[in-house]
Design a protein around this ligand. Structure first.
Ligand code: NIG
Ligand code: FE
Length: 412
């Protein structure tokens, strides 16, 4: 194959570039792993067209989707808790009775690293088949050094095995493990003095997360984890204001967090702190739906303050057993009132920012990496409007087609 055939062309496609839907039918040319050209099809000369291998015409191209908040590595399932909640128990009641996160901790501790990889693979494959090219995966169901390392290694292995970029997050401060019952500060010592330094030494985490909540850790305890992360040079993020207002978001903003996630109880001061620090608000409508919450995150205030809003699955066995990012596009619009354009930015450009990947993912532009999806639809808004699997025609990861035919037409 000569150099000329290395160029691949998608022609007369509608492009959502991570910010907006471009007004004209576009031609997108890749070379190697990068986007070489992105121009209106009408402006592409015959010579340039002849220099490319045709990959398809028509449909919509978006950046590869980014799921910036997941707990994808876990063992077992918690369907019984779903039934308990339907009978009236709350998420917090179940946690207080030793279920919830701790029930998954038991299953993860009992599972081998290979078993975790095997149980997680189908969930990751489902997300990949739904257009995800970058995903964040947290630990937090091991809650002791070896089991946290096992989870992070399982996540990294899946990223090596499958065509997807995996970023890992250490969430040792997810809930109090049974060995430390009644000694939360001692567990925070364990995280700060032993667990997190080892995770950093092995290079197994790209970021550090905490669960700041009355059923988890106090702001003061979360702050100690942030101080350790800062000392080790790791970016931070926070599960905040999900079930109550603990003012964790403002704390995280003071430490330069990438994002605060959930935010149903976020107040005006929290919104202002986010805007001033430039952090991302990650919205998790799957957890809102599953827990049948009624209090909405302050979307209008976030929008007016110019806080970038990301959207993620929060895929986990308890509060959001949902492993379809395009479904979140619909939920975040119907439940939270995001416009479809905001929702799409939330799984592309703003999700990239929530992962510290500004300029590296979530946008389509000349010179950028070629991670994108081509969909059998006419308008990007349809991705939020209809809940309809099976519309992904082609998925391109690092310039390589991983799903779909090499040259497929959308319109017959
Ligand atoms: O993001 N809020 C805390 N953590 C997860 C739930 C994890 C679980 O229930 O297993 C969340 O909702
Ligand atoms: Fe979460």
């Amino acid at each position: 194959m000569g150099a000329s055939t290395a160029r691949k062309l998608w022609d007369r496609v509608t492009v959502f570039d991570g910010t907006r839907t471009l007004p004209q039918p576009m031609a997108l040319i890749t070379c190697g792993g990068r986007i070489e050209r992105l121009v209106p099809s009408d402006d592409l000369g015959d010579d340039a067209r002849a220099d490319c291998e045709p990959m398809g015409r028509g449909g919509v191209i978006t950046p590869g989707l980014i799921d910036c908040h997941t707990h994808l590595v876990f063992a077992g399932q918690r369907a019984a808790e779903f039934e308990q909640r339907l009978e009236g128990a709350s998420y917090a009641d179940i946690a207080a009775a030793g279920g919830g996160i701790l029930s998954t901790v038991g299953a993860v501790r009992a599972a081998s690293e290979d078993a975790l990889v095997d149980q997680t693979r189908p969930r990751l494959e489902a997300l990949i088949a739904d257009g995800v090219t970058t995903i964040e995966i947290k630990s937090g169901y091991g809650l002791r050094l070896d089991d946290e390392l096992k989870m992070l290694r399982a996540a990294r292995r899946l990223g090596e095995e499958l065509p997807v970029r995996v970023l890992t997050t250490f969430l040792g401060a997810h809930t109090l493990p049974p060995e430390f019952a009644g000694r939360a500060d001692a567990y925070i010592d364990e995280i700060s003095e032993r667990m997190l330094p080892k995770v950093a030494e092995f290079g197994l985490a790209d970021a550090v997360d905490v669960f700041c909540e009355h059923i988890a850790f106090s702001p003061a305890q979360c702050e100690r984890v942030f101080q350790t992360a800062a000392r080790l040079g790791l970016p931070i993020k926070i599960h905040a204001e999900q079930l109550s207002n603990q003012h964790g978001t403002a704390l995280a903003a003071r430490y330069g967090a990438l994002s605060a996630d959930h935010l149903e109880w976020l107040d005006d001061a929290g919104v202002a702190a986010m805007a001033a620090s430039g952090m991302v608000a990650t919205l998790l409508p799957g957890a809102f739906l599953t827990l049948r919450e009624t209090r909405l995150p302050p979307i209008r205030a976030l929008r007016e303050a110019g806080v970038p809003m990301a959207v993620a699955t929060d895929g986990n066995p308890g509060s959001s057993p949902m492993f379809q990012l395009t479904l979140m596009l619909n939920l975040v619009s119907t439940l939270f009132g995001l416009t479809p354009n905001e929702a799409l930015q939330g799984v592309t450009r703003h999700a990239a920012r929530a992962l510290g990947l500004i300029g590296q993912a979530g946008e389509l532009a000349e010179g950028r990496g070629a991670d994108f999806c081509r969909w059998r639809i006419d308008d990007p808004v349809e991705l939020a409007y209809a809940v309809q699997p099976g519309r992904l025609v082609q998925r391109v990861f690092a310039g390589r087609i991983t799903h779909g035919a090499m040259n497929s037409g959308v319109t017959a």
